[in-house]
Every structure is written in structure tokens, then in C-alpha cells.
Design a binder for this molecule. Structure first.
Ligand code: 5GP
Length: 195
């Protein structure tokens, strides 16, 4: 397939990554969100083909057999997530760069495979306590899944040095500007056209 550039963003769950990614997309028209495939249930308000491509485990496994993924993983017990080759191509075909927002292992897999055409960014919460508070506020986890996300976050933090850039999300404005700078340095600057 013909390739363009890729921006890879990863962060432990609860680092404020989703908010930062939305702000980055609003400021960088050269980027488009790469929609992952997954087998977890949609959360309230999430839509198939917008937030994720939601599949059953059977459908997902069929896609694995067809070699449809750049990378895939069981991110949480029994829950599969993956980046479809067709999704990256869909975005490159529009002369844009996919913004791939995935977990640490998946991010490392893509950045190893596409090192010369990618920039990988690791977003950190200021501390594990802040991260726990953010997850509690979101209210989407039960006690077990909260602890699973926190222990995964602790492990993921140890991988931060393997990324091209680390951004600490202490202040939303500062972190957003840092991210925009990384993207513009790599992809060039594009003005938002207002018509
Ligand atoms: P959530 O269930 O909160 O939407 O996502 C759980 C985790 O799965 C997050 O860390 C998210 O970045 C990761 N994730 C989302 N899409 C992908 C993907 O395509 N591949 C991998 N490896 N992880 C993903």
C-alpha cells in the first residue's frame, strides 16, 4: 500500500488523552482520527464508524485471519482492539495523516514497523493519584476494571522512554500546544480554511 505519515499517541487510561486528541484534531486539519476496531461494548453516545468499528469477537477473529490489521491486541481481558490497514489507507488516500490513538504495546508495534514515517507521543498524567481521580470521575469503571486499568497504567509508564516524545498533561493548554508543535514539526503546518 502507498503510505503517508502517521502520528501515534498513547497514554495510560485516564491521562486525559481523549480530550487532548480532540483538541489536536480541531487544530490540525492535516490529521484525521484513525478509527480502531474493537470488541468491547459501545459506551453511551459512542457510534460504530465514528468512535470505533464495533465487532463481535467472531467478526474480529475473522479479520485477524484475513490479515486485515497492522496490529491487534487483547488490551483488556477478553477485549480485542486493532488498527485496520484499510483505515490507514482510507486516510492516506485523502492526503491526510492518520492520528492513531492506541495502547502502549500497539503504539510500539506501529512505531517499530513504520519508524521512518511516524512520530510517537506518550501522554502522562502528573501522577497515579491524579489518574485514579480522573478514572473515578469518568464513572465508567467498576472496582475491578478500575484496578485493572491502574495496574496497566503503572506498567505502561515504564515504556514512556521508548517514545519519540513525552508530554505531561498537567495543564491542558500547555499540553495541547506541545502536541500541536510536535505534529507541525513533523507534518508541516496547515491553516484551517474558513469558508
Ligand atoms: P477504551 O476501551 O477506553 O476505549 O480503550 C482502551 C484502550 O485500548 C486504550 O488504551 C486505547 O488506546 C486502546 N486502543 C484503542 N484502539 C486500539 C487499537 O487499535 N489497538 C490497540 N493496540 N489498542 C487500542
Amino acid at each position: 500500500m502507498s503510505t503517508g505519515k502517521i502520528i501515534i499517541i498513547t497514554a495510560p487510561s485516564g491521562s486525559g488523552k481523549t480530550t487532548l486528541v480532540k483538541r489536536l484534531l480541531a487544530n490540525c486539519p492535516q490529521l484525521e482520527f484513525s478509527i480502531s476496531a474493537c470488541t468491547r461494548q459501545p459506551r453511551v453516545g459512542e457510534q460504530h464508524g465514528k468512535d470505533y468499528y464495533f465487532y463481535t469477537e467472531e467478526e474480529f477473529k475473522k479479520l485477524i485471519e484475513e490479515d486485515a490489521f497492522i496490529e491487534w491486541e487483547m488490551v483488556y481481558t477478553g477485549k480485542y482492539y486493532g488498527t485496520l490497514k484499510s483505515e490507514l489507507q482510507r486516510i492516506w488516500d485523502k492526503q491526510k495523516s492518520p492520528l492513531v490513538d492506541i495502547d502502549v504495546q500497539g503504539a510500539l508495534a506501529i512505531s517499530d514497523k513504520y519508524h521512518n514515517i511516524s512520530r510517537s507521543i506518550f501522554i502522562e498524567a502528573p501522577s497515579i493519584d491524579v489518574l485514579r481521580q480522573r478514572l473515578l470521575q469518568r464513572g465508567s469503571e467498576n472496582e475491578h476494571s478500575l484496578e485493572e486499568r491502574i495496574s496497566k497504567a503503572k506498567l505502561e509508564l515504564t515504556f514512556a522512554p521508548r517514545f519519540d516524545r513525552i508530554v505531561i498533561n498537567e495543564n491542558l493548554e500547555t499540553a495541547t500546544n506541545e502536541l500541536i508543535n510536535v505534529v507541525e514539526e513533523f507534518t508541516g503546518r496547515r491553516e484551517v480554511s474558513i469558508s
